[in-house]
Design a protein. Structure first.
Length: 320
């Protein structure tokens, strides 16, 4: 009986502490929200990403600010290898990088949702995190997405403690089909999560399409370059033969003007015409090759300009 009473007292103590922590957090949230009026752009991000009232409260309580690139990089210290530009810094807030390039429409929205989910994860109890981590890992094990798997592996190599937190934000904003348990979890924060995933797929797809096209053009250039080298060798060989035969016939004609050389001259002229056709073919294939080089370079420059519009290239800065 005494043992039971002791356990009961301990349980009550834990509950009191837990309630106290939750109450303190709620009181702090209420205080911060009391004086915070979200700017129109912040409200738009919350609306576009279909945040629920619960999610908006977590988003707004961290008083999101949209920063110029250089300032946001100073605020966010660690790095993230995904196209998400922003950070959640506990006790400081959410910082979002301004992205104005129309080709990158959706980046800021996904960033806002991504960082809000970091707040969600950070506020979970250890037990809740443990439960959600198992579900996240189960999805990752079955996920057929090399890009995301590579990102997660990079996190694991850099700081394995960040993997579950990042995975919670990445899967929630970038993967369309999740387990029923995870879908139920994310429905607490988004009325229509597929909207966010569609935005993510939109700008990720632009980068993927550029990379795939550049890869295809590189393969075509490799094949054409080989064909050009072979054709160039044929042209050189034919040029030598034309020169040798022309010189031989001319020498023989001078030495023996009585012989009829019309047949040999006709054959020689055929060879010259064939050589000229090869030269034209080489010129056309060279022009085609150069056009492909120009096209590939143009795609490379477009991809570079997309990254430069983010001003920090392919490695974005994010604090966990």
């Amino acid at each position: 009986m005494k043992r039971f009473q002791r356990y009961l007292v301990m349980a009550i103590g834990v509950a009191v502490v837990f309630i106290g922590i939750r109450f303190t957090q709620d009181l702090e949230d209420w205080s911060r929200l009391l004086t915070y009026q979200p700017p129109p752009e912040v409200s738009r991000l919350a609306a576009t990403t279909m945040m629920t009232d619960t999610a908006r409260r977590l988003f707004y309580v961290n008083q999101p600010t949209i920063e110029a690139t250089k300032l946001s990089l100073n605020l966010c210290k660690s790095s993230e290898h995904t196209i998400v530009l922003g950070c959640y810094v506990p006790s400081k807030g959410i910082f979002l990088q301004a992205v104005t390039d129309p080709r990158l429409q959706g980046v800021m929205e996904v960033t806002a949702a991504h960082e809000m989910l970091h707040v969600v994860y950070q506020r979970m109890s250890i037990f809740e995190q443990s439960q959600i981590n198992k579900q996240l890992q189960a999805v990752l094990n079955q996920l057929d997405n090399p890009r995301i798997r590579k990102i997660v592996q990079t996190y694991r190599e850099q700081d394995s403690r960040s993997v579950d937190n990042e995975l919670h934000s990445i899967l929630g904003t970038e993967v369309q089909n999740l387990s029923p348990e995870l879908e139920a979890h994310y429905r607490i924060y988004f009325t229509n999560r597929s909207t966010i995933v569609a935005l993510s797929e939109q700008y990720e797809g632009r980068f993927t399409a550029l990379r795939n096209k550049a890869k295809l053009l590189s393969q075509q250039l490799s094949m054409q370059n080989l064909a050009l080298e072979q054709l160039s060798d044929r042209v050189k060989q034919e040029s030598k033969q034309v020169e040798i035969e022309g010189s031989t016939i001319q020498t023989e004609i001078v030495a023996n003007t009585q012989t009829d050389y019309s047949t040999r001259i006709a054959t020689f002229n055929d060879r010259v015409r064939n050589y000229n056709r090869l030269v034209v073919q080489l010129r056309e294939q060279t022009a085609s090759y150069n056009q492909l080089v120009t096209e590939r370079n143009s795609i490379t420059l477009e991809e570079k300009s997309l990254f430069e519009s983010l001003e920090n290239k392919s490695t974005q800065q994010v604090a966990k």
